[in-house]
Design a protein around this ligand. Sequence first.
Ligand SMILES: [Zn+2]
Length: 273
Amino acid sequence: MLIGLSSIFFPHDDVETSVRNIADLGADCVEVNCDLPHFSPGPIGEEKKKRLGDILKKSKLASSVHSSFFELNLGSGYPELRELSCSRVKECIDLASLWGSSPIVIHPGYLPSFEAKLREEAKKRFMESLETLLAYAQKRGAELVLENIQSPYFFGFEFAEMFSICQELNLPFCLDIGHAYIMQGICGNSDREYEIARGIDKFSPFLSHIHIHDNHGVRDEHLGVGEGSINFPPIVEAIRGVGFEGKVIGEGWEGARDAAYELRKLRDLFNPG
Ligand SMILES: [Zn+2]
């Protein structure tokens, strides 16, 4: 298991400095978040790609890539927007191949309505996007992982639906613990940690990547571990119990006192004593 931080931990520095800072802290890995504030919506310049690749190589950090997601939607009814969303993920897959990063995290498509027929159509579009992207990634030997999001508008919001998507497409899963905690509350489950731990057991053949941050159960606060109300030990025990060997990425950039402190807390949590 590798423990690291998202490049978002240093939102006021450029992404090169952020990666260097995370390497200096002694993290095992970094997740390069290919969206604002470090990456603007336009094309990613060749110079920037190369510079960052050199820094990653020199730092000897293992790395993963978080694909662009702001304002994008892999299930959009607008063909141009769906096309743009897919092409941005493909660009991130290419970046990951260039940098030797794995996996590439993507967000599910969504529809801001609960009307059944409309949702069914949007989900079909999303599944088609996924198939295209999986084929693109496979050709390049890259691993795509699908992350759970805390809003019920997103496909795969509940573990049962996410599990069926992963199973249908043989698609690896990125468990976002903070998002799952909010989801369990919305679903009315009182022992949220127990439900997440049960989900980890069920997902174990697909569980490939982990995002970890804290909140108070309602808003996606992205707090540092221990700053919200999540009781992490039973969840961590389940992760260790299934023999997870992937990357654990701290995403608690809001309210995290500092990156060094956050990394230390993550190490203590996953390797007690
Ligand atoms: Zn996340």
